[in-house]
Design a protein around this ligand. Sequence first.
Ligand code: DAH
Length: 340
Amino acid sequence: MSDLHELEQRATVELQACGDEPSLRTWHTKYFGDAGEVKTALNGIGKVPKEQRAAYGKEANRIKEVLNAAFDAALAAEKDRAIERSLTADAVDVTLPGRTVPRGRLHVATQTLREIYAIFADMGFQVYRTREVESDENNFELLNMPPHHPARDMWDTFHTTTPGVLLRTHTSPGQIHVMRQSAPNPVRVILPGMCYRYEQITTRSEIMFHQVEGLAVGEGITMADLKGTIQAFARRLFGQERQIRIRSSYFPFTEPSIEVDVDWPMTDPDAVRLTKGTGWLEIMGAGMVHPTVLRNGGYDPEKFSGFAFGMGPQRIAMLRYGIDDIREFWKNDLRFLQQF
Ligand code: DAH
């Protein structure tokens, strides 16, 4: 009997000392396994003198029940504690801000181009793409600049090693492509794309840059149509109150030729910088398509007329956002690009 009580006490103390599930399992094997102490005690019942046997058996069974129940309780409690521990250890702080996934975006030049496309699309202009590698013929000759024409000096040119093949210096040769494809039907297109000039790279000039050319050819097109189109464009891009100013200029492929300024209110703190103090901002060259160019495009200048213009969207973006170095556009510095 006293052996039984000693067993009960020892087992209870050991059970209480178990700090995790493995030690509980070990305890269980020690007392309840095939060769466990509780089983051994129960098996030993036959060796007990006959008159004590009943009391011994009863007590051994009681201890078995008690220890079993204590074990089940301890195991359940340990499982609860384990869940508790893992919740604290792997705690998620739901109040922390999420990690944002970095998102790409369109280049500021592309954004500006798309704004320009949208405005002209609303006015019925189609976008027409033409080649960047051009013939001297399209880039100069058919635009009314025969070889050695002094106006060629306005465009410093990258020539390729193939004679007569160059990188286009402006988008104007696209006019020839469109007209030859469309004549004698009327056309109303914009021709965006990259141009190249063999120039010193400075804060104001790059060797590659975008232009957006515009061309409208049809019957009865006048300078008033050019003015109205440019004015509508400037109001959409720069604001409703915009006025435009037209100055006479010279381009071999237009007659008359003009340059267009947009007024920039002097109340804008940037006005002096943007307009060099004049209050006017130059945005494009333009004019009425020269009869020779119309003829080169396949239109009879007696019957058809047209207007054309050419603008630099990088310049427009620089003015709008206060970008003071044109080299930023192709430098690929994310600190610059992510601002737009
Ligand atoms: N091609 C000219 C340039 O690169 C810009 C230009 C002026 C285009 C007048 C035109 C135009 O279509 O009519 O400087």
